[in-house]
Design a protein around this ligand. Structure first.
Ligand code: GLY
Length: 399
């Protein structure tokens, strides 16, 4: 039988070489193609046991080995559809397109939900890819409607989109660093409609996040609470990190990806400076393991005996590659870190063979005591995205 872990291991060794020994650009592209071919094959084989079901959208693997299923309401509901779209775009395999269409359709009703800031994750990761690939006008309409819904949570006094509505006895207007990721859909909606208000709100949210969430060392607080009366910051907090002052690993990954993307969209130099700063913070941190897969928090209390978070590693790789795409002058350092991260994720240790997951060893929330050291769907989504970005980079350099 085809031993995909063996291929992954061999590819890992090749990647590891590619991070240290110069390989020609054609070889580099071939390495990433081979990994993507392997993941495409895996995703297609998983389809047999993943019939499209609006009540069984895959989120994570439970500790007893069963699938944690969710519905479109969950913040993770767009990732499986998005992964299928990306692999369809790469491979042209019709089975992946059919599955992507079916899983995407379940999320349509979320375009009207005003109770969440996660519309970018839910709608842009599913319908966004669908629209980019098919140019289906119905998909575009969902994206624009979702953006109109999302900006209802924007408060001009604060300058941000409100994240959560729970814990209102503690937080009055909480904004989490993760929320940067929902801005990509707003930037896209300005281009799709010509309406600059989406852009202006996204830009304001990113500027306000830069001023309030970001520490002098470029790391980020998880939660900042604002006073909606005055617009001023009232609390610094965390929800998924080890402590208020610690650096939750996925939060830093959102910080890196979010500001790299905000720079690409706005060309504001302060976003570039922040993205470059947090990239260095993450990759030069004394607690970053040699294989570049971070512990769930850079200040977790029992390092090195703490779970890693593969999802943070995959998001980091995407953020680095967005930075590298921006400017060849500083690309080489970011490519080196991204290659080392992708080499690690290709190792048997991190590859999952349990449908529908590609990777294992992610962390949802240690303080919440859920999804600890398990496969989680958003790690897979960002892994595929990073590989596609890396391949495109190699192929462009090869021309
Ligand atoms: N955005 C939620 C999380 O990163 O867990």
């Amino acid at each position: 039988m085809f031993k995909s872990w063996l291929v992954a291991g061999l590819l890992g060794a090749l990647y590891a070489c590619s991070a240290t020994v110069p390989v020609n650009k054609g070889q580099e592209a071939a390495i990433y193609r081979k990994t993507l071919d392997q993941l495409t094959e895996k995703a297609i084989s998983y389809l047999e046991v993943m019939p499209a079901d609006s009540t069984a959208i895959p989120r994570a693997l439970s500790p007893d080995g069963t699938l944690h299923k969710t519905t479109s309401r969950d913040w993770t509901s767009g990732f499986y559809a998005g992964e299928l779209w990306m692999l369809y775009d790469y491979s042209g395999k019709g089975l992946l397109k059919e599955a992507a269409q079916a899983w995407t359709a379940f999320n349509a009703k979320e375009q009207w939900d005003t109770h969440t800031h996660d519309l970018g994750f839910k709608i842009y990761c599913s319908f966004g890819h669908g629209y980019q690939i098919t140019a289906d006008e119905a998909y575009k309409e969902v994206i624009v409607n979702a953006s109109r819904t999302l900006i209802k949570r924007f408060d001009p006094k604060v300058g941000c989109i409100r994240s959560w509505d729970f814990n209102s006895d503690i937080w009055h207007f909480p904004v989490i660093v993760d929320n940067l990721m929902n801005l990509e859909m707003l930037f896209a909606s300005s281009r799709l409609t010509g309406d600059s208000s989406f852009f202006n709100i996204a830009n304001s949210h990113a500027q306000t996040t830069l001023v309030n969430h970001i520490r002098a060392d470029h790391s980020s607080y998880h939660v900042i609470d604002f006073d909606p009366e005055t617009g001023q910051q009232r609390l610094k907090d965390t929800h998924q990190g080890a402590a208020k002052e610690s650096s939750w690993a996925r939060g830093q990954a959102w910080n890196l990806y979010g500001f790299a993307m905000a720079y690409r969209e706005t060309q504001a130099p302060q976003f570039l400076e922040q993205a470059r700063g947090v990239a260095a913070y993450i990759y030069e941190h004394p607690n970053m393991p040699k294989d570049q897969v971070p512990y769930w928090d850079f200040e977790a209390p029992h390092i090195p005996n703490e779970p890693r978070d593969v999802s943070a590693a995959a998001i980091n790789a995407c953020g680095l590659l967005i930075l590298a795409e921006q400017n060849p002058e500083y690309a080489s350092q970011y490519l080196k870190w991204a290659d080392a991260t992708l080499a690690s994720l290709a190792q048997e240790r991190y590859q999952s063979e349990t449908p529908p997951f590609l990777l294992k060893h992610s962390v949802g929330s240690i303080p919440g005591n859920f999804e600890v050291d398990v496969p989680i769907i958003y790690a897979d989504y960002y892994y595929v995205e990073a590989l596609l970005r890396r391949l495109a980079f190699a192929e462009k350099a090869n021309k």
